[in-house]
Design a protein around this ligand. Structure first.
Ligand code: ADP
Length: 244
């Protein structure tokens, strides 16, 4: 479980997050939605311990990570996979090499076990036949599927997605959202999805937090968004897409 408790984050004298509290339960998909520049990616960086808040606590399975040193953060980070907005694939490596890269770097596994895990993720991401292709040969949706497979390969308990459908066509978006749903239903994983696309939220999220001007203005079941009277929430529910 991931919990942000009264987290405040400033860049210089700009307060980006103001006493933000948020809970992500195991085996659930939580969306964090808000306009561009509101601090959604910043929340993911805080959860990974890549940046520290000015005040407040960030608990991962009950452990406050805010005072931890870099070396103490490794076992915590291993519980979480991350899928970056731009995928962060290595252009010079094949699909299989990309998927296995961090396993080779970080865990002392036999080459046979690495190959088994890569094969499993290739099948999960429906990328059979593309094992030796390089990222430049792949469509946007396929690259995203490689990035998801790479995040899954450590068997994390939770996956963090930064704008998983940004820049994808509707068909590819649907496929990616289907894959994210299957993580939860078939693989029992939890996920945090930060997005400015409200359709993503309705398609996959169990619950949603809306971030607006540095504060959480809604946190509840996705369907309850329709009942909110907050003008910003009413506008995102009716217009479907937030201003970029
Ligand atoms: P979102 O993911 O919602 O688009 P971000 O979390 O990326 O927003 O950024 C939130 C705000 O913090 C933005 O205004 C951005 O310009 C600012 N910001 C992000 N990273 C830094 C940084 N390292 N230094 C200063 N400002 C930053």
């Amino acid at each position: 479980m991931i919990e942000l408790q009264e987290v405040t984050l400033r860049y210089g004298n700009r307060e980006i997050l103001k006493r933000v509290s948020l809970t992500v339960e195991d085996n659930k998909i939580k969306a964090v939605v808000g306009p561009s520049g509101v601090g959604k990616s910043t929340i993911l960086k805080l959860i990974l311990g890549l940046i520290k808040p000015n005040s407040g606590k960030i608990l991962i399975d009950g452990v406050d990570i805010t005072p931890l040193k870099e070396s103490q953060l490794y076992p915590i980070r291993r519980k979480m996979g991350i899928v970056f907005q731009g995928n962060a694939l290595f252009d010079s490596l094949t699909v299989s090499e990309n998927m296995g890269f961090f396993l080779r770097e970080n865990l002392k596994l036999s080459e046979k076990e690495i190959e088994r895990r890569v094969e499993e993720q290739i099948a999960f991401a429906s990328l059979q036949g593309y094992e030796t292709a390089r990222p430049e040969k792949l469509s946007g949706g396929m690259k995203k599927r490689v990035a998801i497979g790479r995040a899954m390969i450590f068997n994390p308990a939770m996956i963090l997605f930064d704008e998983p459908t940004a820049g994808l066509d509707p068909v590819s978006s649907k496929k990616i959202l289907g894959l994210i749903s299957s993580l939860r239903h078939k693989n029992n994983l939890g996920a945090v999805i930060v997005t400015h696309i409200i359709d993503d939220v309705f398609q996959v999220a169990d619950s949603v937090a809306v971030l607006y001007k540095g504060e959480i203005i809604f946190d509840g079941e996705t369907e309850s968004l329709h009942d909110s009277t907050h003008p910003f929430i009413r506008s995102i529910v009716s217009e479907k897409i937030l201003e970029q």
